[in-house]
Design a protein around this ligand. Structure first.
Ligand SMILES: NC(=O)c1ccc[n+]([C@@H]2O[C@H](COP(=O)([O-])OP(=O)(O)OC[C@H]3O[C@@H](n4cnc5c(N)ncnc54)[C@H](O)[C@@H]3O)[C@@H](O)[C@H]2O)c1
Ligand SMILES: O=C(O)CC[C@@H](O)C(=O)O
Length: 387
């Protein structure tokens, strides 16, 4: 029986896919695997029972992925599963940034009981006027699952779209419209674009990338959209740029105490992935990946371990070994098994950065003694008996 703990509410359609071999537990400390959305795992201990964490979503900055890797805990996410939900809100954001729609609606609410409201509207509406997005230049930074959908959709709405992503995947490149202009530098995006939307993961490399230096290069009155993570933007620098009108509107899915009260900021309560469809897609994908990992040792869409699939374990035994990606690990595994006169019937080894993963199928059922022998090898983080 595998015990699953949910750190956030997870869509029922996903949880319903767990077979009777699984039980949902309220006790994180005894969980074999955890499902999470935005709850932070950084402050939590990682119990020895924990084998996997599945993020029902894209961003994994709420999970200590290296610490997990070193304990042999595989961290999954669900690439693309909520991308359409986010894209639709980004399109909404483009329109909210083009005229002061929120300011105007709030003002109408403040005068709604006035019998002369219709006259007041005609007298005051100019304050909330703006521009059309058609014909304007949009810069999309990060052309992954979301960025590509945003770029293609904005192009269809008549925008001239520039895209920047030095690490674009083949899959994304396939899906990107040929009408999107590839930018060679961020500077080109900053200098050319009337609207800029950022779709990169938060990391040491991207933290604070929209800062004073970047704003200096931008057009006066640029509109900036951030549906990725708050600290991609340097808050003080953004506030300064808003005050002088360098940035006309900042639309963000991540309100902060300093940003939320500003008139030039449209602060949305992290709603990007909050649609029935996105929540269902993420839950179904996360649960499927967890089950395949727990039952077969298969890794799909992990952010700290490599993809690795040796199918259903149809030999007598299977060991899943998490280890450092250094020379002579496989040699030591095979020697250890040979010393016990155990024949290997199949084996697969994959690596991702400094971490590696080996699935070894053997001709006898795995035992705690075999597990212990492999675990004793220097550089091994975890050994799991799959079968
Ligand atoms: N608001 C929400 O509810 C919501 C929902 C989903 C995702 N997100 C956020 O959006 C981010 C993107 O999601 P996604 O599904 O498109 O992820 P993704 O992994 O498919 O795409 C990210 C893209 O950013 C690119 N990239 C990385 N560093 C870059 C850099 N320095 N400059 C330019 N491009 C760079 C990568 O090459 C990749 O193509 C997530 O990491 C998450 O933080 C927010
Ligand atoms: O789960 C959510 O609501 C937010 C998800 C989103 O921020 C993500 O990175 O996928």
């Amino acid at each position: 029986m595998f015990k699953i703990n949910c750190l956030n509410p997870i869509a029922k359609i996903g949880l319903d896919n767990f077979s009777e071999e699984y039980a949902i537990t309220d006790n994180y400390e005894e969980a074999d695997a955890v499902l999470v959305r935005s709850a932070s795992v950084h402050e939590l201990d990682l119990p020895d029972s924990l084998q996997a964490i599945a993020r029902a979503g894209a961003g994994v900055n709420n999970i200590p992925i290296d610490k997990c890797a070193e304990k042999g805990i595989v961290v999954f996410n669900t690439p693309g599963a909520n991308a359409n939900g986010v894209k639709e809100l980004v399109l909404t954001g483009l329109f909210l940034a083009s005229r002061d729609i929120i300011g105007g609606v709030n003002w109408v609410n403040s005068v709604k009981d006035d019998p002369d409201v219709a006259k007041l509207v005609e007298k005051n509406k100019a304050k909330y006027a703006g521009i059309e997005i058609s014909g304007k230049k949009l810069g999309v930074i990060g052309l992954g699952a979301i960025g590509v959908l945003v770029a293609n959709a904005a192009m269809k709405l008549g925008m001239e779209v520039y895209g920047y992503d030095p690490f674009i995947s083949v899959r994304s490149a396939w899906h990107l419209s040929k009408y999107i202009k590839p930018s060679k530098s961020l500077a080109e995006i900053y200098k050319e674009c009337d609207f800029i939307s950022i779709h990169v993961p938060l990391s040491d490399a991207t933290q604070g990338m929209l800062n004073e230096e970047a704003f200096k290069m931008m057009k006066n009155g640029v509109r900036i959209l951030n549906f990725s993570r708050d600290s991609l933007v340097n808050e003080e620098d953004m506030i300064a740029a808003l005050k002088v009108g360098k940035v006309f509107k900042y639309v963000t899915d991540f309100p902060t105490p300093k940003m939320a009260p500003l008139n030039e900021v449209v602060a949305i309560p992290h709603l990007g992935a909050s649609t029935c469809e996105s929540e269902d897609n993420c839950a179904v994908m996360a649960v499927s990946q967890l089950m395949d990992y727990l039952e077969n040792g298969t890794i799909r869409n992990s952010v700290n371990y490599p993809d690795c699939d040796n199918g259903y374990p149809d030999n007598a035994g299977r060991l899943a070994i998490h280890h450092k990606n250094i020379p002579n690990m496989i040699g030591q595994f095979t020697s250890a098994l040979a010393q016990e006169n155990i024949n290997i019937s199949d084996m697969i080894n994959k690596s991702k950065g400094q971490y590696a993963y080996t699935l070894v199928d053997i001709e006898i059922p795995s035992t705690p003694e075999i597990k212990q022998k492999i675990k004793a090898i220097e550089g091994v983080y975890r050994v799991r008996i799959v079968k």
